[in-house]
Structures are given as structure tokens and as C-alpha cells.
Design a protein around this ligand. Structure first.
Ligand code: 1PR
Length: 554
């Protein structure tokens, strides 16, 4: 069967296409209303990511409103995904000037991050409520990948409208707020989560929709399984996210390899030694997906030397990985305005778009995030709309913009010695100094700047970044555990999710990363590449120690 997908160029459609093809169907993108009318699809999918107004305005400007409404009226199956679900409503607080399709006369609102300090956006694996409605294979003991700041929050008014109009709703809970995770009525079905990024559980939902198997049975779980898999709503309802990271670069022979440094030095020891080669990027990424990684991050660690547009191997890596890996993929390194070989300046937004079209869900920005923060302060705490963080966030949403931070600890005699925010550390230096700050670096740690990690992350959050990937040069490759003081410091600085990175050597390190800092995700590289532990072993350990993780078996 041929599945039609509406394409208004709103982000990563490649992953959805890959997921549908993986299930054995063919995909046709529909770029104009006329194509929709001519194709007369048997199954139509309306996917959306990013900013609400950006998406619905593009949809309406292209003239899709009437053909989509006519398609729905024809009774043929339509599935909305993420902002595709949101578009069914009449509007959103995110873009008060824009209007949606208006099937439901309700408006979306922003999650409240005053609520027990939960991060907004919600990024991670949540579940639909037990005891609620289940349709199209939705299973309350499975986890689905959510990434959004705005949602249809559940209240009396919403409940009455849905009931009056005959919609069936599956709800989910983030912190203390309940929201609409999925809806269905007659031929219309929509999910707030991304099924194409939700591993086997998500593929099953897409498959049920395509087969129009609305009432498929969900497995019978034993009480023990229910206890293990059920959501206990610790950590706001999200599982503890484990990210496998692949630092990628060409070795001296020109082969693209996964490498791993010690404090960012990726060469083997000895004269003329080559870059440490730990495997092939796509193979390793696939392995980690199968082991249960909740996300995979690729960092092009020599991007500052190359022109990324010529750097097609990284795009190829992403394209291949996205074909069979159905969890979120992040790509970093070289997301900046670049001058191509023929002298054309290519804005960072276009560079990012290339990656999104190849299957990336998020881009991570390192060096340019530092420049953007410096400019932000130089302007007295304002952006001017031109930095990559701002342009990409505006077009693709904050959740698509990660900032990758490469800080180093700097000891001082007292906080007055620097204008950057200090912490009092439990680990004084050799001369007994108890105060330190975390200095930001650029170009993979090669150059230090007079900017602290506190100042950097707060500026980037204000400019529109949606997540912080917090490395630590002192701990990188050390297997000594995360710098917990650093992670706590950044968690206090921002309300967007923070990924702890650098130093994980054992499952215990992941546990303390989560329990002692409140990190929203923990990332590991070397311990997975050396096969000291699998991702599955780390997750099993966390589960045995009372932390919820996503367990996703076919
Ligand atoms: O500045 O936007 O072009 O981005 C460059 C990106 O490349 C940044 O995200 C920067 O962190 C990364 N990078 C640059 N040089 C290196 C290097 O290692 N020489 N890698 C590098 C950073 C840090 C983590 C690593 C963790 C976990 N690597 O990604 O995977 O430290 O390691 P561990 O678990 O083994 O301790 P731009």
C-alpha cells in the first residue's frame, strides 16, 4: 500500500518515511494541495514539528486547509503526529496570531515549569495513563517519545468538549499536568508523541493505524511486569534517558571512524600515532539502538576545520543510521554559517536543514553557542534574531536546538576574582582553593573564553535553545564519573533539560548522575565503545535500583 505524507518542510520527515518503509509500505510525499487531490490517498499522515504558527501557517499558505478537510470528510484514515495533532485544534498560546484546522474548539497551552521545577520542553519517554482509553496499539506499559513545550492540557472544559464531540482520548501526565497524548474519532487519529521515534512500541502504533486495526489487543502483563514497566510518575513521568554518543572524525587514512579521547585528545600515544579507532559510526549506532539506547548523538569533532557542506560522509552516516534506528538522533559539529568552497555563504539554518532532511531530530551547537552568548551579553542581554540558535529555534522549535558545552574547571581564591558565577567546591585544588568556575571553550576545547558555563547556558536558553549537552573536559574519558557539581550548577542555571556527559565508566555513575544532580539524561561514550557495559546492562542496573527506564522489546 502507498502511504501519503503531507510535506510542508517542517523538519525531519525522513525518519517517518523510514519508519513506514521499515513496516513494508511505500511512501509518497505530498507537497501541494493539487497532489493531495490527485493522489486520493488511502492513508494520509500529517506530521508536524517545531513552532505551531510556523507549521499551520505553512500548511494554510500552501492551500492545504480545504483539501485536508475534504479528505477527512471523505472518511479515509488520517493520522496527525506531534504538531500534526496540535493542528487539529483551533489555536495555540505559542502562536496567538495563527489558527489551526479547528476540528476541536480548544487552544493549546504551555506546560508550567513552576510545577516542581520540571523542565520545559518535555523531552523524553512518557506513557499514556493506565486505565484510560487504548486504541491503535497504544499500551500504558510501553513508552513513547514526547518532545514539546505546548500541549492540550486536560481540564474540565477540554473534557466536556471532547466528550460532546465524541472523541476518544488517551491522556498522559507530565509532572502534575495531564495532557492529551492521543485522540481518535472515526477516521481521524493523532498522537502528540512521535511514533516514528518511539522504537518498536511506536512502530507498532503506526502499523496499527496503517492496518486500521483500532482495537488491537494489548499484551497481558504479569503483576511483576506491571510493576517493572508501569509509570510511577517519579521524574515527572519520564524514564531516565540514556544517550549513546559517537564522536566521529576521519582518521589519517581518511576513513570516518568513531573515536574517543581522554580530555579531548583522541590520538593514540606515541609519535605519529593515528586517531583512536573504535568502530564504524553506523554499525555502532545500530548496536546501541538494539541495546536500548534512548537516543544516539553523533558529534563531528573536527567540523571547525571542514566545510560541512562538503562533509557529506557525516550526512551519509545520518541517512543510513536513520533508516533503521527509530529513536531520536542528534548531530553536532559545524552547525554555523559557513562559506562554501565557491565562496557562497550558507546560513546555519540551511546547514541544519540539510541534517534534518537527512534524519536528524536535533542539532547541537558548540562553538557558535559561545559566540552567540558573548554577543547576547554585549547587547545588554538581548538577541538580534540572527544567531544560529535563534534562527533554527524559530524555524524548527526549541526542542531541535541543543547546545553542546565544553567547559573546564578554573579555581580561584575567591568569587570576586572573576565576574563569572562560582561555586564552592567539595574538592579544593592542590593549593587548597575552594572556589571555582567553569570556563567555556570553543573549537573542541582548543580555545578558552572569558565566559562561564552558568552565563553561557542562561544566555542560550534565553536565545531559544531547548536542551544542554553538558560535557566536561576534565572528566572526558576518565571513567571517574560525571562532575556532579558541574551538573548541579547548570541544573540550577536553566529550566531546559540538561544532559550529563563526560566521565561515565560504570552503571553506578549513571545512577548518581540522575539521583544526585537531577540530570534529565545521562550520556556515555567510551564505556559503550570499549564494551565494558552495554546500554542494556546500564538500564537493568538502574531498574534494579528503583529508577524507571524504557524497556522496549519487540
Ligand atoms: O563547535 O559546534 O563545531 O561542535 C563541535 C562538537 O564536537 C562539540 O559538541 C564538542 O563537544 C565536540 N568535540 C570537539 N572536539 C572533541 C574532542 O573530543 N576532541 N568531543 C569533541 C567532545 C565529548 C563528548 C564525549 C563525552 C563522553 N566529546 O561527546 O562523548 O565526553 O565521553 P566518555 O563517556 O567516554 O567520558 P562545534
Amino acid at each position: 500500500m502507498l502511504v501519503h505524507v503531507i510535506d510542508v518542510e517542517s523538519g525531519n520527515l525522513q525518519s517517518l518515511r523510514n519508519a513506514i518503509e521499515h513496516l513494508g509500505y511505500e511512501v509518497q510525499l505530498v507537497k501541494t494541495p493539487q497532489e493531495l487531490v490527485d493522489a486520493s490517498p488511502e492513508r494520509l499522515i500529517l506530521p508536524g514539528v517545531g513552532n505551531y504558527g510556523h507549521f499551520v501557517d505553512a500548511l494554510f499558505d500552501c492551500g492545504f486547509e480545504e483539501p485536508v478537510k475534504q479528505y477527512i470528510a471523505s472518511g479515509k484514515p488520517l493520522m496527525g503526529i506531534c504538531v500534526g495533532l496540535q493542528a487539529l485544534f483551533s489555536g495555540s498560546e505559542e502562536s496567538p496570531e495563527s489558527r489551526g484546522l479547528g476540528l476541536l474548539p480548544l487552544k493549546l497551552s504551555r506546560f508550567h515549569n513552576s510545577d516542581m521545577g520540571k523542565p520545559v520542553p518535555q523531552i523524553g519517554w512518557n506513557s499514556v495513563l493506565q486505565g484510560g482509553n487504548h486504541f491503535y496499539g497504544l499500551d500504558p506499559f510501553k513508552r513513547y517519545y514526547f518532545v514539546h513545550s505546548y500541549a492540550m492540557l486536560w481540564d474540565q472544559e477540554a473534557s466536556e468538549v471532547f466528550e460532546k464531540q465524541g472523541w476518544t482520548v488517551a491522556r498522559a501526565r507530565y509532572g502534575s499536568e495531564e495532557f492529551v497524548a492521543s485522540v481518535c474519532k472515526d477516521n481521524v487519529f493523532a498522537t502528540q508523541f512521535h511514533p516514528e521515534k518511539s522504537g518498536h512500541a511506536g512502530l507498532h502504533v503506526i502499523d496499527c493505524f496503517l492496518k486500521q486495526d483500532r482495537n488491537t489487543a494489548i499484551p497481558q502483563y504479569t503483576p511483576e511486569q506491571q510493576k517493572q514497566l508501569g509509570n510511577d510518575y517519579s521524574n515527572f513521568g519520564l524514564t531516565r534517558r540514556i544517550i549513546a554518543c559517537l564522536d566521529v572524525r576521519a582518521n589519517d587514512r581518511g576513513d570516518l571512524v568513531v573515536t574517543k579521547g581522554d580530555q579531548y585528545d583522541v590520538r593514540d600515544k606515541g609519535d605519529g600515532a593515528d586517531v583512536r579507532n573504535l568502530g564504524k559510526p553506523v554499525e555502532l549506532a545500530q548496536r546501541y539502538y538494539e541495546q536500548g539506547a534512548d537516543e544516539v548523538t553523533f558529534l563531528n569533532i573536527t567540523s571547525f576545520r571542514d566545510c560541512p557542506l562538503r562533509d557529506t560522509p557525516m550526512l551519509d552516516v545520518l541517512k543510513l543510521a536513520a533508516r533503521t534506528i527509530f529513536v531520536p538522533l542528534t548531530v553536532g559539529g559545524g552547525i554555523k554559517d559557513v562559506t562554501d568552497t565557491d565562496g557562497t555563504v550558507v546560513p546555519a539554518l540551511e546547514v541544519a536543514a540539510l541534517y534534518f532532511r537527512s534524519g536528524a531530530d536535533k542539532v547541537s551547537i558548540g562553538t557558535d553557542a559561545v559566540y552567540a552568548a558573548e554577543q547576547y551579553y554585549a547587547r545588554g542581554g538581548k538577541g538580534d534574531g540572527s544567531t544560529p540558535i535563534e534562527t533554527i529555534s524559530k524555524a524548527y522549535g526549541a526542542q531541535a536546538v541543543v547546545i553542546s558545552v565544553d567547559p573546564k574547571r578554573v579555581y580561584v581564591d575567591s568569587p570576586e576574582q572573576t565576574h563569572n558565577k562560582c561555586i564552592k567546591t567539595q574538592y579544593p585544588d592542590a593549593s587548597g582553593r575552594e572556589w571555582c568556575w567553569y570556563q567555556c571553550t570553543i573549537k573542541g576545547g582548543r580555545e578558552s573564553r572569558d565566559l562561564g558555563v552558568w552565563e553561557l547556558t542562561r544566555a542560550c536558553e534565553a536565545l531559544g535553545a531547548g536542551e544542554v549537552l553538558l560535557n566536561c573536559i576534565d572528566r572526558d574519558g576518565s571513567n571517574a564519573g560525571y562532575d556532579l557539581e558541574l551538573v548541579r550548577h547548570v541544573k540550577e542555571a536553566v529550566s531546559i533539560p540538561v544532559i550529563a556527559s563526560s566521565g561515565a565508566g560504570t552503571p553506578e555513575h549513571f545512577e548518581e548522575g540522575f539521583t544526585e544532580t537531577g540530570a534529565d539524561a545521562c550520556l556515555g561514550a567510551g564505556l559503550f565503545h570499549r564494551e565494558d557495559y552495554t546500554v542494556g546492562q546500564v538500564k537493568q542496573y538502574l531498574l534494579e535500583h528503583g529508577l524507571k527506564v524504557r524497556m522496549d522489546k519487540e
